[in-house]
Design a protein. Structure first.
Length: 345
């Protein structure tokens, strides 16, 4: 979806943010400026919220981001003593949700659950952003890492392994089609094309659930899908898993190889799911408390078990780790995006 280019004139709104602006600001400001002051978090266990919390998810209901948002939303409600509302606003690679949170009124504490799309890849994909990933948001926590699993409809694709699939795909006279429901899945598919040299075109979707429905309906050939959406359908036999996009196998699919294991050394495309607060409507002391509560919930045994049950990989749950990921993947994914021609005109 093409980003709205309407010029903003209000002095209360941040200017649109380009990739060049992002990199210059990151280099000059450094990661330290993004960290939550530790002194603000020591009292978080006794702190209570005085407003409700609104969590805006940048993707559709039922996917990995949605599932983890609802899990941490329950933890925030229990600790903070105020209601937590989770709302999905998919579209434009997460930009709709990010801009909404950045501009939200201060009638609630506004949080964004998104990830490597809005706060890394989109600064390369879009010439201008309607939000500033650095100054409009406070990093709270990276909540999980998620590799993508390459799946096919066994009724449409009869090959039972990735090697067989690739041998067949290279003989096809017409282009194959692959779905994507987010930037990370699209990058995984594009990188797969680049390394395997197969001919395939992308079919974009607003949500992983919609893409899964159409895959089962036989509408396209393959899909690098998030684990939360894929695992139930794999177990039910509705789709077949051929390969993983990360750098190692996962416990929930121990027999599924990585793309790197197929001979494409260096293939490693995993997204991360993170949470930020809107600086304009969420004071620093509230952000510090939220960050601590989220970290405690996901670091607890029950939190780790929840993540693993969804096919997600636990990571350090800290603001500084999230800030590092933002800087790293803005650079690394930027090259893949440019090579694949994914930039919006």
């Amino acid at each position: 979806m093409k980003q709205n280019s309407t010029h903003r004139t209000s002095t209360n709104e941040s200017p649109r943010w380009s990739r060049r602006d992002w990199l210059q600001c990151t280099a000059s400001a450094g990661l330290a400026s993004l960290l939550l002051p530790q002194s603000l978090a020591v009292w978080a266990n006794d702190f209570k919220l005085d407003k409700p919390v609104r969590i805006i998810v940048a993707y559709g209901a039922g996917g990995a981001s949605d599932s983890i948002a609802r899990y941490v939303g329950d933890a925030i409600a229990q600790r903070g003593g105020k209601p937590v509302v989770v709302e999905n606003k998919p579209g434009a690679d997460g930009n709709i949700a990010a801009e909404y949170v950045a501009r939200a009124p201060a009638d609630a504490y506004n949080l964004l659950v998104s990830g490597s799309s809005t706060h890394a890849a989109n600064s390369t994909i879009y010439k201008k952003l309607g939000y500033n990933p650095l100054t409009d948001f406070t990093p709270l926590a990276n909540m999980a890492s998620t590799p993508y699993v390459m799946i096919v409809n066994p009724k449409r694709i009869t090959q039972t392994s990735a090697a067989e699939f690739l041998a067949w795909a290279k003989k096809e006279d017409k282009p194959l089609s692959f779905a994507s429901a987010n930037v990370g899945g699209r990058i995984a598919g594009e990188r797969f094309k680049q390394l395997t040299k197969i001919n395939a075109v992308n079919v974009p979707y607003k949500s992983s659930a919609q893409a899964m429905t159409d895959l089962i309906g036989g509408q396209f050939d393959f899909y690098f899908c998030d684990m939360v959406t894929a695992l139930p359908q794999i177990k039910a036999g509705n789709v077949r898993a051929l390969a993983l996009s990360g750098n190692e196998r996962v416990p929930s699919l121990p027999d599924v190889p990585t793309v790197a294991e197929l001979g494409h050394v260096g293939f490693d495309v995993s997204s991360w799911i993170a949470i930020w607060s809107a600086r304009a409507s969420t004071p620093a002391n509230v952000s510090a408390a939220l960050s601590q509560w989220i970290g405690e919930a996901l670091a607890a045994p029950a939190g780790k078990e929840f993540l693993l049950s969804k096919g997600l990989v636990p990571t350090p749950v800290t603001p500084d780790y999230l800030s590092m990921l933002q800087e790293r993947d803005t650079r690394l994914w930027g090259k893949i995006i440019i090579d694949a021609g994914m930039q919006q005109p």
